[in-house]
Design a protein around this ligand. Structure first.
Ligand code: CA
Ligand code: CA
Length: 202
């Protein structure tokens, strides 16, 4: 019985003729697998509408700027909470919280907050690191190392190390590939598994 009703329905539905696509209707020589580039003339805008759009864009730009400033302030406040001891030199901020770790852990911690291990590039920056390290009476790790090629110390981004402040007789370690700063501002290469003061720069 059900089959009979279904077949009746099929019989009464009129067969639809295949319709042509919009492109086929517009372009008589349309080929189904060909590529077609259609360039439309943009509609003319009302000058008042354009003015309103420009105003909206200006407002959005101002809001974005305010948001960026607020984000930077929040980030600075957050860094101040994590690393409460800091000092500025030029555009750099050196910061620490007095904690110690091996080189790899210190490196990851600084990177986690958007910085890197303190890597002084001149005497002024070296003295800024010393000032903070002295507060905690601890030797600080610096970022430069010769882990890649023994004897060739480089910055973390691969830059050659142009400024250095080695202690007398240093560097002297085939297996000492990281640098610690003594509390007289001089540097010693030491093994990277030693625990030293985490000092970051931002
Ligand atoms: Ca070495
Ligand atoms: Ca050494």
């Amino acid at each position: 019985m059900i089959l009979l009703i279904l077949s009746s329905l099929v019989l009464v539905v009129p067969a639809q003729k295949p319709t042509s696509s919009p492109a086929q209707r517009i372009l008589p020589g349309w080929f189904p697998n060909a590529c077609t580039l259609v360039i439309c003339d943009p509609p003319e805008r009302d000058p008042k509408e354009l003015e309103v759009l420009r105003t909206h864009v200006s407002v959005l730009e101002a809001q974005l700027k305010a948001l960026q400033m607020s984000t930077r302030k929040t980030h600075r406040a957050f860094l101040g909470y994590i690393f409460p001891n800091s000092t500025n030199v030029g555009a750099k901020t050196f910061a620490t919280n007095g904690a110690e770790a091996d080189f790899q852990t210190a490196k990851e911690m600084c990177e986690q907050f958007g910085g890197q291990i303190a890597s002084p590039r001149n005497e002024e920056e070296n003295n800024a690191v010393l000032k903070l390290a002295t507060m905690f009476d601890k030797h600080a790790f610096l970022g430069m190392n010769d882990q890649e090629t023994e004897g060739i110390f480089k910055h973390l981004n691969g830059d050659p190390m142009e400024y250095s402040n080695w202690a007398k007789g240093e560097p002297n370690g085939e297996h000492e590939d990281c640098i610690e700063m003594y509390l007289n501002a001089k540097w010693n290469d030491n093994t990277c598994d030693k625990h030293r003061l985490i000092m970051c720069e931002f």
